[in-house]
Design a protein around this ligand. Structure first.
Ligand code: ATP
Ligand code: MG
Length: 427
């Protein structure tokens, strides 16, 4: 089969041509080939070559020795980076993950043999012809995911492949061949050897696709959650298993959310995770603090507002919403609104209509943060002739709420007048 090369591959072609001109072999491999075959957009381009790393480095002026121990050199050309890896095998695996040593080989077939799944073991040559010794094309046409070689052996060598399998099943809408599914069930305890950072990276990739629900359903059905190196909190795990066993469709419409961490928040709310469990799970996954804090803020907003918005007490809802926007910030409030719109009714509790009303209120708020308030702490000190102290932040907060709700206009003199009055009243 001959393929129309993608524009990214055409841009990388000079690398292949230069290597070939020197008498080496060089081909496109990996995810780029898989995605090009499927007519999808291609992100990172990997090249495999018979040239040794030092030969690659001698040929291209701009190189970064990113992974020399694995035979990988990153070549920079026209501002793009390309990973160029010498044909290799992985001899022994250590701790069910990284190969303890690699050996260079001369044949492309041998290099492709070490790759995880047949659809990831195809290559595209300079001519555009697809080289596919392990029948990846045929598996793709049949929508099935299959290991190169025996699934039992391949998953035991490297347990991360199980999570990669889930990602591919979800992203490409495939089904595992029975031997792969059986092996995943049998060897899932080996996931204990995989660093949580790697688990998190795979989960993020799974959740970033167009239909993240599909990967999540496979993840639930496989039971892999139960075998992470660091345990998922028991209540959460029980809930995941319950949903998986009943085959219930309770997960939020994640695909409608653009922001990855909104997807995470929606999952935690769908699982009815309490704050402690959510925090524990995110910490075990080594999620960076900034991301954890965004997700946790959305959960907090939900626990403060979800029940309240159904009370019908409009002034109370409005006051709580303003206070939450001020406390957690406009951005977090918007994230929460996105998330509640994606939740299924069981977890959601906030109707479309309520979400629309809150959204309109947010838009109409004249001020949403202290930064936007027309007076500062300094202004207050001067106007009230008072020394700096804790009263300032109390006063600023009260002014902010008044300005946000439209009770006092966000104008310097109006705000200072209000502060004078409240000061006399003893604030
Ligand atoms: P994507 O780039 O879309 O995340 P990918 O399949 O390209 O997916 P990479 O991590 O970029 O993933 O790896 C490039 C190629 O290296 C894969 O297509 C596969 O052939 C091989 N590979 C990656 N990880 C493994 C692994 N754990 N076991 C065996 N082969 C692997
Ligand atoms: Mg890739």
């Amino acid at each position: 089969m001959k393929l129309e090369l993608t524009s990214e591959m055409r841009a990388a072609m000079p690398l292949i041509e230069q290597l070939e001109a020197e008498g080496h072999e060089a081909v496109f491999v990996g995810g780029a080939v898989r995605d090009a075959v499927l007519g999808l957009s291609v992100h990172d381009i990997d090249i495999a070559t018979s040239a040794l790393p030092e030969q690659v480095m001698a040929l291209f002026p701009k190189c970064i020795p990113t992974g020399l121990q694995h035979g990988t050199v990153t070549v920079v050309q026209e501002g793009e980076t390309y990973e160029v890896t010498t044909y290799r095998t992985e001899s022994e695996y250590e701790q069910f993950r990284k190969p303890s040593s690699v050996a260079y080989v001369l044949q492309l077939d041998e290099d492709l043999l070490r790759r995880d799944f047949t659809m990831n073991a195809m290559a595209i040559r300079q001519s555009g012809s697809v080289y596919d010794p392990y029948d990846g094309l045929s598996d793709l046409h049949k929508f099935r995911l299959r290991c190169v070689g025996k699934a039992d052996e391949r998953l035991q060598e490297d347990a991360l492949r199980m999570l990669r399998a889930i990602r591919f099943l979800g992203t490409y809408g495939l089904r595992p061949v029975p031997s792969l599914w059986r092996a995943m069930k049998a060897y899932k305890p080996l996931l204990r050897h995989i660093a949580m950072e790697r688990v998190q990276a795979e989960l993020d990739k799974m959740l970033s696709g167009d239909v993240p629900e599909r990967a999540l359903a496979w993840l639930g059905a496989s039971g892999l959650w139960a075998d992470f190196k660091e345990a998922v909190p028991p209540d959460l795990l029980a809930r995941i298993q319950e949903i998986a066993e009943d085959g219930r469709d309770e997960m939020a419409s994640l695909g409608s959310l653009e922001h990855l961490d909104e997807r995470w928040a929606a999952i935690l709310l769908s699982l009815q995770a309490d704050e402690k469990d959510a925090q524990e799970l995110l910490a075990s996954l080594r999620l960076p603090n900034k991301r954890t804090s965004l997700i946790m803020t959305v959960l907090r907003l939900h626990s403060e507002l979800a029940v309240r918005v159904n009370t019908g007490d409009e002034p109370g809802i409005r006051a709580a919403w303003l206070a939450s926007v001020i406390r957690f910030g406009e951005e977090a409030a918007m994230h929460w609104l996105h998330v509640v719109r994606a939740l299924k009714p069981q977890a959601g509790q906030v109707s479309e209509e309520s979400a629309n009303r809150l959204s309109a209120m947010l838009e109409e708020m004249p001020v949403k943060s202290l930064k936007q308030l027309a007076v500062s702490g300094n202004d207050l000190q001067q106007a009230l002739s008072r020394k700096a102290g804790p009263w300032m932040s109390i006063m600023l907060k009260r002014l902010l709420i008044a300005a946000a709700s439209g009770e006092v206009a966000n104008e310097r003199d109006k705000l200072l007048a209000a502060s004078l009055l409240w000061n006399e009243e003893g604030i």
